[in-house]
Ligand binder design. Structure first.
Ligand code: AQP
Length: 495
């Protein structure tokens, strides 16, 4: 393929550059752009799709995503899916290495390409990249230009580093944690965003005061994340208390936070609402948002992927950063809360009323034993107005259909169940049985892996320690900077 491209470019008499690439360079676009020391807008990604009219190649900029609705409309087609590895091979192409020219199938370029001068793409050869001018490419290729992409929000927000924490307060993760936080966090890592994850053991002290229980929860959390697919070599995964700068920064930041703002935070207000008197609420809970602001600001992330329930706390961190910056100059970038759109931002619990929460017990867990998960699903609230399976039911906002959307990868089955539910042609039991089966399918591999990990506590500790070493480097730099600007000239700030 590379030779064919070279000939095409030479014959057309245009300028181009083949760039030698290191053998161990990962295949993804962000890693390539990192290597070129350039940004995603200058990456060209060419994808092969299958349609009812045959295969097509589509080129888009790295900071955009193909909008399938727009593309289907543009092409006047109904069916559109990415070609499989086998199908690509039959076209003489290697997945991840598709060049933007030399195809035997129709080629389409998104028009946003015309807003950049040059681009980088593949040559079909793992060890060579291609750099050339967009105008020159258009001279060589007989591509059709159209408008079928949208900007990728993450690239336009310029998200390069993110940070997320999870409180090890329960036994395992639930579907709310998964859809609202863990899955989006993993998606960011996949896209090449530098990702920090920490087990918030200091936050857990607000509710756990039994050391064995705390340690168990921490280790469980590591097993959950690793079983779900976190690669600790790619993402930096550590334990909050292993990086003492979290506590150090919280003490400093407390001086930049008004009492009134902290008093309005929901973690504290929720407890009051549950009837606990102010006199009995521990200060750890009251100070929780301050420690969380320190957790975040220490790593100067651009974004914090969280569920809707944490929006207020991220806003608190932003406010704290502004207040500190006002006094000392632009030390902290103001991070964005990266919250999912739609129902996954706040997955409803099995009580059909409140957010799915460990402490409320209205959960469907991921790693519990089969019987417990079956019980959680079978006991879930559905549509209270539906007395018989023949009554038309409500799908929107119905927990069992929300859970189907999260775990059931058989979308045809989900659509069929929704249709029959609306028409009063399926009972709750069948919907729940199918949900249970889909849950088991979705997490089969993760559940197997978690079982294998279960007795390997040393591995969990090793992962956390290695992660902490990496996290500490960044945390220490920020802390030095903070001590220096506030005037604490001690051993750390002089280092
Ligand atoms: N129901 C939910 N929907 C969407 N996102 C959720 N998250 C939690 N519940 C939902 C997100 O998961 C991340 C980790 O949460 P956490 O365990 O650290 O704390 P949490 O938000 O307090 O979770 P719980 O289950 O509600 O714990 P408890 O009951 O102990 O307070 C966060 O990003 C959170 O937004």
């Amino acid at each position: 393929m590379k030779d064919k491209i070279e000939k095409l470019l030479k014959d057309a008499g245009v300028a181009y550059e083949f760039i030698p690439l290191p053998e161990d360079l990962p295949m993804d676009v962000p890693s390539h752009m990192n290597f070129y020391k350039d940004t995603l807008e200058h990456a060209l990604a060419t994808m092969i799709y299958k349609t009812e009219k045959g295969f097509i190649a589509v080129s888009r900029r790295g900071d955009t995503k193909v909008n399938s609705k727009k593309l289907r409309k543009f092409l006047g087609i109904k069916r559109l899916s990415l070609a499989t590895e086998e199908e690509m091979k039959s076209l003489g192409l290697t997945p991840g290495l598709v060049p933007p020219l030399g195809h035997s199938i129709p080629l389409y370029f998104d028009q946003k390409l015309k807003d950049i001068d040059y681009f980088f793409d593949g040559t079909g050869h793992k060890l060579f990249g291609l750099k050339m001018r967009v105008d020159d490419l258009l001279k060589v290729d007989k591509a059709t230009i159209g408008d079928f992409t949208i900007y990728d929000e993450l690239s336009t927000l310029k998200i390069k580093r993110v940070l997320s924490g999870i409180t090890p307060s329960g036994s395992t993760l639930h579907l709310g944690n998964y859809a609202g936080a863990v899955k989006p966090q993993f998606d960011l890592l996949e896209k090449g965003v530098e990702s920090y994850y920490f087990v918030a053991d200091l936050h857990a002290l607000t509710t756990i005061q039994d050391k064995d229980q705390l340690e168990k929860c921490i280790i469980n959390n590591v097993f959950d994340y690793i079983a779900l697919g976190l690669d600790p070599e790619k993402g930096i995964y550590f334990r909050q208390s292993d990086v003492s700068e979290h506590s150090m920064l919280a003490i400093v930041l407390a001086n930049y936070v008004p009492f009134g703002l902290t008093n309005r935070m929901h973690a504290f207000k929720d407890k009051l609402a549950k009837g606990v008197s102010k006199e009995n609420i521990n200060m750890g809970l009251f100070n929780y948002p301050i420690l969380m602001a320190a957790d975040i600001l220490l790593y100067k992330p651009d974004g914090v992927p969280v569920g809707e329930d944490q929006r207020q706390h991220v806003e608190f961190a932003r406010e704290t950063a502004r207040s500190f910056n006002k006094a000392h100059g632009a030390i902290f970038p103001i991070p964005e809360a990266l919250i999912q759109k739609g129902y996954t931002s706040k997955v409803i619990g099995t009580d059909g009323e409140r957010k799915m929460s460990k402490s409320l017990g209205n959960v469907v867990n991921i790693f519990d034993d089969e019987e417990t998960i079956r019980r959680q699903i079978m006991g879930s609230y559905t549509d209270p107005n539906r007395k018989h399976p023949t009554d038309p039911g409500r799908v929107e906002g119905n927990p069992i259909f929300i859970y189907h959307d999260i775990v059931n990868d058989n979308k045809e089955e989900v659509e069929d169940l929704k249709k029959r539910y609306r028409e009063g042609k399926v009972g709750d039991v069948e919907v729940k049985e199918k949900l249970f089966a889909a849950h088991m399918r979705k997490f089969a591999e993760a559940r197997k892996k978690r079982k294998e990990l279960e007795n390997n506590i040393d591995l969990a500790r090793e992962i956390l320690e290695k992660g902490a070493e990496k996290a500490r480097k960044v945390a220490r730099e920020t802390m030095k900077e903070v001590y220096e600007v506030v005037g604490i000239t001690n051993k750390l700030s002089r280092q």
